[in-house]
Design a protein around this ligand. Sequence first.
Ligand SMILES: C[S@@+](CC[C@H](N)C(=O)[O-])C[C@H]1O[C@@H](n2cnc3c(N)ncnc32)[C@H](O)[C@@H]1O
Length: 350
Amino acid sequence: MSKTRRRPIEELDKRLSILRMEDKPEIIERLAEIKTYNEFKAWAVLKLAGLSYLPKQYLNIINKRLRQEYGKLTVVYIDLFAGSGLNKIKGYDKPFLGSPLLVIDRASRASYQFDKLFFVDKSREYIKALEERIKILSEYDEYSWIKGRCFTIPKDANEAAKEIASKLNKIKYKNCLIFIDPYKWQIKRDSLERLLEFHGDVLITLQALLIAKEIGKHNSSGLKEETVEKISEFFGMSESRWRKLSTEDSVKEEYIKIIKEHKPFVVDIKVKSGGLYRYYLIFASKRSNPPWKNWILRLKNLVESFSGDIAEHCIERMYGRASRLDDYFKKQEKKIKTKTKYTTLDNFLN
Ligand SMILES: C[S@@+](CC[C@H](N)C(=O)[O-])C[C@H]1O[C@@H](n2cnc3c(N)ncnc32)[C@H](O)[C@@H]1O
């Protein structure tokens, strides 16, 4: 996080320029020559903005505190729902870095880099695009450290988690930064727990609101048998137990309870997507009182001050559709005024 205090809109704008690789346009242009992308709405960049702060902080601390203590320590990054490496926002054609390439880029700026990086996606097409993009990056000096350190796994995340765990279990001293970014409930509880056992930190996207809504639907009209089974595996509990989790808070609290069995330090970061929609980024660490506690709490405050609307405005500015960041506040004022007008009219009609 920056030491000079920027306003949230300026800080997010800066993060988006990192995701756009604005300081290296020739590299992102080459990466974009491969025409396979993940496509999202603007609010999806918020989790990547949050993730972008972690690698450098994590690696610097590991290097300072643990590497000297343990000597030969293997430092690992695991991205269980990695995607293709580049994302496009619906309605815009310029690509943004996806989680794997973002983490590589940020790690390049740390005092020490990852020894091994595992990238998993069940889509062969995404993994192929990611492999090609990793190869392109590795040709540049600042990223050449990734040569021979990246392992791509085109499989279901749950199978891959087993495979990665059995590889890592052979290494005595290791520490992992793990990013788990499913659409909804694609990670089973036993796979999650397998990874939570490793020393290190984890960041998880939790779609608590979406999941609670689906549970509500199940309670009123029933879901498909296949979906019921997936939700049972996600929570690692019977249908009769998860049926009670029909609010966003209850889903989040239950999930945090599961995580806390393995990692006692948990911080939940609420990401406001725009409108009424939101999701959580859950950060967890093995140490109950980690030395980076204040840092992560500051990160929580910062990311919670972002929103999907602000992200959309920053992206519009990048495209020249809005000229200044401050136009965002004018737009908001206008919105509020229009709303007030309608409310008054409603009151009058009633
Ligand atoms: C939300 S996207 C992740 C994007 C990436 N983390 C990023 O932020 O750039 C989810 C990804 O998970 C993949 N996926 C969906 N179900 C999966 C599963 N069961 N196992 C592994 N990957 C899966 C999809 O193909 C998609 O690329």
